[in-house]
Design a protein around this ligand. Structure first.
Ligand code: CA
Length: 456
């Protein structure tokens, strides 16, 4: 009996968690708040800190000045819903069949983020965090997929993939549904981006005395292109009407982000708030686009060329990270979960395996190796696919012919090196094959049916 007691005492002594102080209100408060801001269909080049000259974004530029800017920052999908599924789960969304956009089908229990998956807010909440989401959801229309069934304690926003900013402007039923506040319908009365810019600061003010996780997902500047005179006035020098309206929508989003960051500062939490900012995919360019530009990246939304998947990407945590620094190793939005997990002190359930990594030691300079050996993309069940490893990127489109680019020398993916570098092309193809073997078939189709799947 004495032996057992001694063993128990020893095992307790060697349990590192036992040495931590009990969680008091004070120690809980020292944990950082976590703010994840997502723009929708924002062009790579359309913010001041990304080089834009015609779109004034003073609040995002100020955030960039106290952030690490990830210049090789990616999302795990070239369009809306799958990127959000990856962000929420910290896992390649193709592992659980989420590689198309769910149609707006409130009766469907399959068109949405599968309930088998554990979400970031579910886990972060276990560390004593208050969790809230404001904005676009797009992870399923059935009530079982509602944000408050998937880990958020509070919700205000639009449950579909997009919405009118003010009444009129779209005939889509999905884009005209009532707003949703904590599960109840609410009539739209304001310019939508401004409304999100009121709700996010209100959440922060409500929870000034406890750590919180806030997911602020704008639908701006996704279509329909709608802006008010207040914002159009700021970009009146832009001659093209489409780009002018798009730019005005970015101005409205910048104001809303400014109000949100001001609320963080007013709560005395600017130093100890971990802020992420990304777009969910690249800007849709061309005739059917929204007026965005992804210069110098190739193509845009929907493709696995850089214009579809490399996005403006900021990580700010003044208490822990350098300010105004660029970081060039490839990182991805899948990393947000693991980073938030480490920052919050929450414990991951043992059955959950993340693909993302904690970025803090990399962005702080403590670790100098690359966070990821490979980053992978697959859309619509296999068409197209891509992998990045170091400076190299392998791409395979529907024609089945592998392409190879060196992004360090050729950021615009102009020169296919597959024939000149067959060994590198084969190595990357092998890597993408191995990854692909871990995935399952898409669990649902996009409203416009996806093309048949192909093997890499
Ligand atoms: Ca999008």
């Amino acid at each position: 009996m004495r032996t057992l007691a001694l063993l128990l005492a020893l095992s307790f002594a060697f349990d590192s968690t036992a040495a931590e102080p009990k969680r008091s209100g004070d120690s809980l408060r020292q944990r950082p708040n976590i703010l994840i801001i997502v723009a929708d269909d924002l062009g790579y080049a359309d913010l001041g800190f990304q080089g834009a000259k015609d779109v004034p974004t003073p609040h995002l530029d100020a955030l960039a000045a106290r952030s690490v800017r990830c210049t090789n920052g990616y999302v795990s999908h070239p369009f809306c819903s799958p990127t959000r599924a990856g962000l929420m789960t910290g896992r390649y969304q193709q592992r659980f069949g989420h590689e198309n956009n769910p149609a707006w089908l409130p009766e469907s229990t399959t068109a949405g983020l599968p309930l088998s998956q554990t979400t970031m807010p579910q886990v972060i909440a276990t560390a004593g965090y208050k969790t809230g989401a404001v904005g676009k959801w797009h992870l399923g229309a059935h009530p079982q997929f509602h944000p408050m069934k998937r880990g958020f304690g509070e919700y205000f926003g639009i449950l579909g993939g997009g919405h009118v900013y003010m009444p009129g402007g779209s005939k889509s039923a999905e884009y005209n549904i009532p707003l949703n506040r904590n599960g109840a319908d609410e009539t739209q009365t304001k310019y939508l981006t401004e409304h999100f810019g009121e709700e996010a600061p209100a959440f922060i003010a409500r929870h000034a005395k406890e750590p919180w996780l806030l997911y602020l997902a704008f639908n701006a500047p996704h279509t329909p292109l709608q802006a008010t005179a207040k914002y159009l006035d700021r970009v009146k020098t832009i001659a093209d009407e489409k780009r002018r309206t798009y730019a005005a929508m970015i101005c409205a989003m910048d104001d809303a982000i400014g109000a949100t960051l001001a609320a963080v500062k007013a709560a005395g939490a600017e130093e100890n708030t971990l802020v992420f900012f990304i777009s969910d995919n690249g800007g849709p360019v061309g005739e059917r686009g929204n007026g965005s530009t992804n210069t110098p990246l190739r193509e845009g939304k929907g493709t696995v060329f850089e214009g579809g998947i490399r996005v403006p990407f900021l990580v700010s945590w003044p208490a822990k990270l350098p300010r105004g620094k660029d970081y060039a190793q490839p990182v991805i939005q899948l990393d947000f979960f693991a980073t938030a997990l480490a920052a919050s002190g929450a414990t991951l359930p043992p059955n959950v395996k993340l693909d993302g990594v904690n970025l803090i030691p990399f962005l702080s300079g403590e670790m100098t190796s690359a966070p990821h050996e490979h980053l992978f993309w697959r859309s619509g069940g296999g068409d197209p696919m891509a992998v990045r490893a170091g400076d190299w990127k392998w791409v395979r489109l529907r024609d089945g012919k592998p392409q190879l680019y060196n992004l360090a020398r050729d950021i615009s993916e102009t020169t296919d090196l597959a024939e000149q570098e067959p060994a590198k092309a084969a190595e990357l193809q092998q890597a993408v094959r191995a990854w692909n073997a871990e995935l399952i078939a898409p669990g649902f189709e996009s409203p416009r049916p996806a093309k048949p799947a192909r093997k890499p």
